[in-house]
Design a protein around this ligand. Structure first.
Ligand SMILES: C[S@@+](CC[C@H](N)C(=O)[O-])C[C@H]1O[C@@H](n2cnc3c(N)ncnc32)[C@H](O)[C@@H]1O
Length: 236
């Protein structure tokens, strides 16, 4: 390869690196997206790590990777939210430092329980076991996602904790928009992405179609009719 060809290749590479993924619908380039900071009145989403001792080492490591994904999704969002990780103790910090320089992340880490940080009356704990469906995602509420990766070994754990703590809970309105045979228990980062995306577009079906993985074999319900093959396979 001669000098001219090398330069052209470099130029192309740079163009590719800064290109905006069209399917993400962004109007800013990657560099500017990285500079996006949540506004003071932005939505608050919390990952609750108080159940860390219920996880195996491997599950914990998956949970921390999912937190890392939430951070990455948020920093690339046009309207980032305030992302919190609560009950995040020294043990968890050490685990995370081993895999990533998390202290520089735009995540508000706290050793405190979310109940000691936010007014309990504003909290909505997300749990697929709740009998309540959430209809909207609004900045006046604090949305809590359980930082628990357990392959559903601890069925209903978060739901039962909500009952004990007497706090509001809700599930995503999946049944209203999708016919889905597989489990409706999603990963932490998918739930985070759904809240963030819905908060920006106010359309549940569009949000679910973008984020729920194809392997879930979900079929959109339009009216009362199932609408075949409308799912995104980019989330696999
Ligand atoms: C892998 S799940 C943990 C499952 C765990 N057995 C439990 O008791 O919740 C991680 C978290 O994602 C959230 N989540 C997952 N699927 C959800 C759904 N369909 N609706 C609402 N929240 C959901 C919940 O906050 C849940 O605690």
């Amino acid at each position: 390869m001669n000098k001219k060809e090398r330069r052209a290749k470099e130029k192309n590479k740079k163009k590719y690196r800064t290109a905006i993924p069209k399917e993400m619908g962004y109007t800013l380039n990657r560099k500017k997206l990285k500079l996006n900071k949540p506004e003071s009145n932005a939505l608050n989403i919390v990952i609750d790590f108080s159940y860390y001792d219920l996880m195996t080492e491997q599950e914990l490591s998956k949970g921390l990777k999912q937190l890392q994904r939430c951070y990455a999704i948020n920093r690339r969002s046009v309207n980032p939210v305030n992302l919190h990780a609560t009950s995040f103790n020294d043990y968890l910090s050490q685990k995370l430092v081993q895999s990533a320089n998390h202290l520089k992340w735009d995540v508000k880490f706290s050793e405190n329980h979310f109940k000691d940080i936010f007014p309990v009356s504003d909290v909505i704990y997300l749990t697929s076991d709740s009998e309540n469906e959430i209809h909207d995602v609004v900045s006046s509420n604090i949305y809590i996602i359980g930082g628990l990766v357990d392959h559903n070994r601890n069925k209903k754990h978060c739901y039962e904790q909500c009952k004990i703590m007497n706090i509001n809970h809700g599930k995503l309105p999946i049944d209203k928009y999708l016919s889905i045979k597989k489990t409706k228990v999603l990963t932490i980062d998918h739930v985070f992405n759904i809240l963030l995306t819905y908060h920006n577009c106010s359309n549940w079906l569009e949000t679910f179609q973008k984020i729920i993985p194809k392997r879930k074999e979900a079929i959109p319900i339009i009216g009362d009719v199932k609408n075949e093959n409308k799912f995104n396979d980019e989330n696999e």
